[in-house]
Design a protein around this ligand. Structure first.
Ligand code: ZN
Length: 109
């Protein structure tokens, strides 16, 4: 599994946990859900705090060498919506760990 660095928190992660944003042929930014678009792009966790840091219009335009500041609000919404299933927190529906056996431990006097 390839590893990329998140443009928001700067931590490396496997591509399964990141969303790729690519520069389309017309200079707009698109979510590259299949990670197949050629050219420049960035990877970001589909988390609000990472997206906010990564998708700031002017630094982003400079980093990706696009002439005008992109519409990052719409892009951020698409990144968050494109969260890969593996990035979902393992909470809802997950089997809970077995509780410790009652009466097996406890303070020994
Ligand atoms: Zn991140």
């Amino acid at each position: 599994m390839p590893v990329r660095r998140c443009a928001g928190c700067r931590r490396p992660d496997t591509v399964a946990g990141l969303v790729r944003v690519a520069v389309a042929a017309d200079g707009t930014l698109v979510v590259d859900a299949r990670r197949r678009l050629p050219g420049r792009g960035l990877n970001v966790h589909p988390l609000a705090r990472c997206v906010e840091r990564a998708l700031q219009p002017r630094p982003l335009a400079r980093a990706l060498r696009i002439p005008s500041a992109p519409d990052t609000a719409a892009l951020a919404a698409r990144v968050l919506a494109a969260a890969p299933p593996t990035a979902a927190p393992p909470t809802a529906g997950a089997p809970t760990a077995a509780p410790p056996p009652a009466g097996a431990g406890g303070p020994v006097s």
